[in-house]
Design a protein around this ligand. Structure first.
Ligand code: 13P
Length: 311
């Protein structure tokens, strides 16, 4: 680590202590940020972490909907995001006005929304899920209940497939996972025939059909920790490799590339958060997540239902 980086890190750690702040980071963050975080996790683990702490302030190193969720769950805390432009293609794919009209077409349907959506979409939902509890949440509904799943059509189709349901799907995708192709996976499988393919359920159905294991970022990480295999083909965002390598330095992780010589499956939103921005965020207490009380309350109910079912 360079002297400058060391000094930024020390300043962050000092300010964190002085302000009774914690840093929560998603697995897709850059390694330096993962290394200074109080908690690293997938979307569900981070939502839980935002509740299970005695901090006055949370610096959320992830994307906007994650920081927003932390605020909804812990409205008494100051929740900061170091860059407000750290968005999410899934959340953007589902504008509340359009979704409201879509929902009106199916008045007898319940709405299950993936946590990768705005607070407004959450407020229009009956319950929220993440990639680690989606199947369990959907299965809390009777087989005959009519359901809408938003906004990720790949995750929705995967759940339809394994639960035998016919949920109506909103047409959204994660630009990082949706861009991965069968051709690239086949090429890697040819190169590493023994390596299992492990995939995030935001990938396309054709890729999931080839996978040896499908799970959230935490589940993928756990799989690599427990498995006796030495090489893994990993179909998700690049950031997870840091923890995989940290926990299993003797193993090799081949991240499925979207294209040759491109970093297209580096989530440019996640990678907007830098050490410098985290320091600025703590120094200036910026950028604070705020929303009106009514929205906060309406978005809380469906998240709370999920949290109660995921204890
Ligand atoms: P998980 O954190 O639930 O694995 O989902 C990944 C993701 O969508 C991050 O935006």
């Amino acid at each position: 680590m360079s002297t400058n980086n060391k000094s930024i890190k020390n300043k962050i750690l000092g300010l964190k202590k002085r302000k009774n702040a914690i840093i929560l980071a998603h697995y897709y963050q850059i390694p330096e940020i993962q290394d200074i975080a109080d908690n690293i996790g997938d979307s569900l683990a981070l939502a839980k972490s935002s509740l299970d702490n005695k901090a006055d302030m949370i610096v959320f190193c992830g994307v906007y909907f994650m920081a927003e969720t932390a605020k909804i769950l812990s409205p008494e805390k100051k929740v900061l995001i170091p860059d407000t432009e750290a968005g999410c293609s899934l959340a953007e794919s589902c504008p509340p006005e359009d979704f409201k009209k879509f929902k009106e077409k199916y008045p007898d349907h319940k709405v299950i929304s993936y946590i990768n959506c705005t607070a407004e979409i959450k407020a229009l939902s009956d319950i929220i899920c993440t990639s680690s509890n989606a199947v369990d949440i959907v299965n809390t509904f009777g087989k005959d209940e009519k359901l809408i799943f938003a906004p990720d059509k790949n995750l929705g189709a995967y759940i339809n497939n394994i639960t035998g349901r016919d949920m109506i799907l909103w047409n959204g995708t994660c630009e990082i996972h949706d861009i991965l192709t069968v051709e690239k996976v086949l090429k890697l499988k040819e190169e590493y025939p023994e390596a299992p393919l492990i995939a995030h359920p935001e990938c396309k159905a054709q890729i999931l059909a080839m996978a040896d294991f499908i799970g959230s970022t935490s589940a993928l990480l756990n799989y690599t920790k427990k498995s006796k295999e030495k090489i893994f083909i990993v179909a998700t965002e690049t950031g997870i490799k840091h923890q995989m390598k940290k926990h299993s330095p003797e193993k090799e992780f081949i991240i499925v590339p979207s294209e040759e010589n491109c970093n297209c499956n580096d989530c440019h939103h996640m990678k907007k958060i830098t050490m410098e921005k985290v320091l600025y965020s703590l120094e200036e207490e910026k950028f604070e997540i705020n929303m009106n009380k009514e929205l906060l309350k309406k978005a809380y109910e469906p998240i709370k239902k999920m949290m109660d079912l995921s204890k």
